[in-house]
Design a protein around this ligand. Sequence first.
Ligand code: ZN
Length: 125
Amino acid sequence: MFREGRPTRSSAQHHSWLTAPERRFILWGLKERWPAARIAAELGVNEATVRRFRKRYWDEPELILELDLYEMVGRAKDEEYKCLVCEERVVTQRAMQRHVLGHFLEQDNVDAFLPQVRKRRSNRR
Ligand SMILES: [Zn+2]
């Protein structure tokens, strides 16, 4: 994901809020089990900023889903999506969102935020 280089800040930007690439980098670093201090040093942000973001996305998992960590592949009618974290392909957007969240949250948190849809015919209106 960071083949083209990681996001870095000039000192003038030191206190501005995290950009989407920076947030993706933090998620990636945490997934690689980097300590917050190392992620902060690589990005050029405060360690507290990294910790704050980590706490925020635990409380608000939709922040993870806003980061475009998956993309649609193949024909739209198949609803197939590719995870940009691990390249796994999953059918249906909801299943993909659950998959992406599963990279960064415990399964219980994923289920609480985005319960698995039961395969059941719903009544048409
Ligand atoms: Zn994945």
